[in-house]
Design a protein around this ligand. Structure first.
Ligand code: FAD
Length: 359
């Protein structure tokens, strides 16, 4: 165990949308960068998870990137060019943002574990160790893919990959690809891959495509449902899973072309493909799991925040404050797991933590 810990009041873990927003508001409230707070991020460059998104995710097919506080996306990038790749445009925005506001971001540094001792948090990393009175966790989900292991998964001789490993469809040309999952990523990537090769789409439940327009009110109602869950200490479901999928022209075309001819979830994986409950089999070279992500919170395990419902009960104005230990805020989590949610959560967490710690 290291014996030197660099002391600050607040450590922010993660420098994606949620961490940057929190850092902005901490600095704005007069907390001194470097001495009062630091932001620890395990990436080599600015951009949070966005730098790892696939090339075909462009500004015209992301759902919409909300501005960080104090500097608009369009001040950093020509957002009228909707062909720009999200994996370069958003990192560029974050990089300029970090510079403009001189945020005290330390990278690359990975937080492996946070423990509590004598009223402080000890933040263990692969670099300098930190000690803080308060914590804003903003570690996102990208580092923890949710990849269910179906019976026989280890026997499969083909390739299995998760959304997070996807680069582009070229690598699948000539291969039969089974795409698993019913969310936005699954549908988008199925659309792309089906243009270059044979695909089979598999989901646990039929997908409900929404024909009505998605209004801001419907968005707020969806977020409110997730917020209610975390206030009750339940594990959050994703905001998107609550909003459903819009029936876009691209999806209508996929329906017409038979690409969205859904099969139920298979029972097991074989050496050469998959087998369903009724004994039907299908050979495939690739099983592509678009089965979502989990919140990256393993480093907080020593703090014992998870309750017997499997969730973390949150309170505070925007449900970011851990009820069991109000010195900890979770941002970009549950109801704030979107760029707009992360922005607001960063502000609420900074203000409430400053007040709680009487800084
Ligand atoms: P991230 O951007 O993931 O940032 C977390 C940072 O913490 C990363 O840099 C990570 O490396 C770092 N980190 C993680 N663990 C550690 C550790 N132990 N130690 C140190 N650093 C660590 N939202 C929208 O609003 N609009 C969209 O169009 C949209 N499209 C999306 C498309 C995809 C494919 C996905 C997966 C998500 C999308 N979202 C969208 C959701 C959105 O990306 C996030 O909710 C939002 O960007 C908030 O990011 P964040 O700061 O919580 O996490």
């Amino acid at each position: 165990r290291p014996d030197f810990f660099y002391k600050v009041d607040i450590v922010v873990i993660g420098a994606g949308q949620a961490g940057l927003s929190a850092a902005y508001y901490l600095k704005k409230a007069g907390i001194e960068p470097g001495k009062g707070f630091v932001v620890l991020d395990d990436e080599f460059a600015a951009g949070g998870a966005w730098q790892h998104r696939w090339d075909s995710l462009t500004l015209d097919n992301v759902n919409g990137i909300n501005d960080l506080p104090g500097m608009g996306f369009s001040d950093a990038v020509d957002t009228t060019d909707t062909t720009l790749q999200a994996n370069t445009a958003i990192p560029k925005y974050y990089e300029l943002y970090e510079k403009k506001f001189e945020l005290p971001i330390i990278r690359p540094i990975r937080v492996s574990e946070v423990t509590a001792r004598n009223g402080r948090f000890m933040i263990h990393t692969n670099g300098i160790q930190f000690s803080a009175r308060g914590l804003i966790n903003a570690t996102g989900t990208w580092k923890t893919p949710n990849c269910p292991k179906y019976p026989g998964w280890e026997k499969f001789k083909g390739r299995q990959l998760h959304t997070g490993e996807y680069i582009n469809a070229d690598e699948f040309v000539g291969k039969h690809v089974i795409v698993v999952g019913g969310g936005i990523s699954a549908i988008q990537l199925l659309g792309e891959i089906s243009q270059v090769t044979r695909t089979t789409w598999v989901t646990r439940k039929p997908v409900d495509f929404r024909k009505d327009e998605f209004t801001p009110d419907a968005g707020r109602a969806a977020v409110a449902l997730v917020e209610k869950r975390v206030r009750e200490g339940l594990p959050p479901n994703s905001v998107v899973s609550v909003t459903g999928l819009p029936l876009t022209p691209a999806i209508e075309k996929m329906l017409r072309d038979g690409v969205l001819d859904r099969k139920p979830m298979f029972k097991e994986i074989t050496e050469t493909g998959v087998r369903w409950e009724d004994g039907t089999t299908l050979d495939a070279a690739v099983i592509f799991w678009n089965t979502g992500f989990k919140h990256s919170l393993d480093h907080l395990a020593p703090l014992g925040l998870i309750n017997d419902k499997g969730g973390i009960e949150l309170s505070g104005r925007l449900a970011t404050q851990v009820t069991k230990d109000p010195r900890i805020h979770l941002t970009g989590y549950g109801p704030s797991a979107s760029t707009i949610g992360a922005n607001r959560a960063g502000g609420a967490a900074a203000r409430e933590l400053i007040a709680y710690l009487k800084l």
